[in-house]
Design a binder for this molecule. Structure first.
Ligand SMILES: [Zn+2]
Length: 228
C-alpha cells in the first residue's frame, strides 16, 4: 500500500468490493488458490470462491488464512488501521478505537492481529543469526579509489554525521547475508535518514552487521547497536 494520505486512500477504497478486489490482486495476482488444499482455478461464487478439487470443494474468500479472517470488520476499516499503524507506531487501542470508530475491544483485537502480521514480516528479513554485510558502491567508483582531491573532505564528513552529505553522490547500497541472500537498492540522493529505514526493514534487528565506516550508516549503528 503506497498511499500518501488517508483521504487519498479512502477515495480509492470507496467500498468493500474495491477493497476485496485490491486484496485479491495483491495476494493472488490474478490466480486464486484454495487456502485449504492449495488447488488452483476455483469456481467463482457470489460471495467468493468454491474449490474445484473433488477432495475439497470448500468455500473460501481471500480473507481466509489472513489477519482479516473471521471478523465482521470491513476491509476498509482494516486498511485504515493498517495505514494508521504503519504511520504511527505504538498507537494505543483506545486511540485506534476513536480514530476508526470501533469499540476498544475491537481495536485491541485488530492491533493484536496487525502486530502478528508485522512480526511475521520481520521473520522474513535477512539476518537470522547470520552475519550481514552492508556495503555501498558509488556510481563512478568507491570513495577510497577516488583521487584524493575528489574525496569528501574531513569537514564534510563531520557535517555528514547529522544526516546531511554535502558532496552528494549516487550510491547503491547492498545488504548481503553471509552465504545467503543479497538485497540491493539504488539511492539517487544518499543520506543517512533515507538509507537507515532500508537497513532496518531489510536486516533483522540484532543481527551482526559488518560495514565500512561510511557515515551513511552512522546513525543506524548508534541506534541499533549502541555505538558504531
Ligand atoms: Zn481446496
Amino acid at each position: 500500500m503506497n498511499f500518501k494520505s488517508l483521504p487519498q486512500m479512502l477515495d480509492y477504497f470507496k467500498d468493500e468490493e474495491t477493497c476485496i478486489k485490491y486484496y485479491e490482486q495483491m495476494r493472488w495476482k490474478g490466480n486464486p488458490v484454495c487456502p485449504h488444499c492449495k488447488a488452483e482455478k476455483p469456481y467463482k461464487t457470489n460471495r467468493g470462491y468454491k474449490c474445484s478439487s473433488s477432495d475439497c470443494y470448500k468455500k473460501f474468500t481471500v480473507k481466509v488464512g489472513t489477519i482479516f479472517h473471521n471478523s465482521k470488520i470491513p476491509m476498509r476499516t482494516w486498511f485504515v488501521a493498517l495505514f494508521l499503524t504503519t504511520h504511527k507506531k505504538g498507537i494505543s487501542s483506545v486511540q485506534l478505537a476513536v480514530d476508526i470508530g470501533v469499540t476498544q475491544a475491537t481495536a485491541w483485537f485488530m492491533l493484536h492481529r496487525l502486530r502478528k502480521m508485522y512480526k511475521a514480516k520481520v521473520e522474513e528479513q535477512l539476518g537470522k543469526d547470520k552475519v550481514v554485510e552492508i556495503d555501498e558502491t558509488h556510481i563512478g567508483g568507491k570513495e577510497k579509489n577516488r583521487h584524493w582531491k575528489k574525496r569528501r573532505s574531513k569537514v564534510n564528513e563531520e557535517l555528514a554525521r547529522d544526516g546531511t552529505i554535502y558532496n552528494k553522490k549516487k550510491v547503491v547500497v547492498g545488504i548481503i547475508e553471509r552465504s545467503g541472500q543479497v538485497v540491493l537498492k539504488y539511492f539517487p540522493n544518499p543520506q543517512a535518514k533515507s538509507i537507515s529505514p532500508f537497513i532496518q526493514e531489510t536486516v533483522k534487528n540484532g543481527s551482526d552487521i559488518m560495514t565500512d565506516e561510511s557515515v551513511l550508516y552512522y546513525s543506524y549503528k548508534t541506534t541499533a547497536l549502541g555505538g558504531g
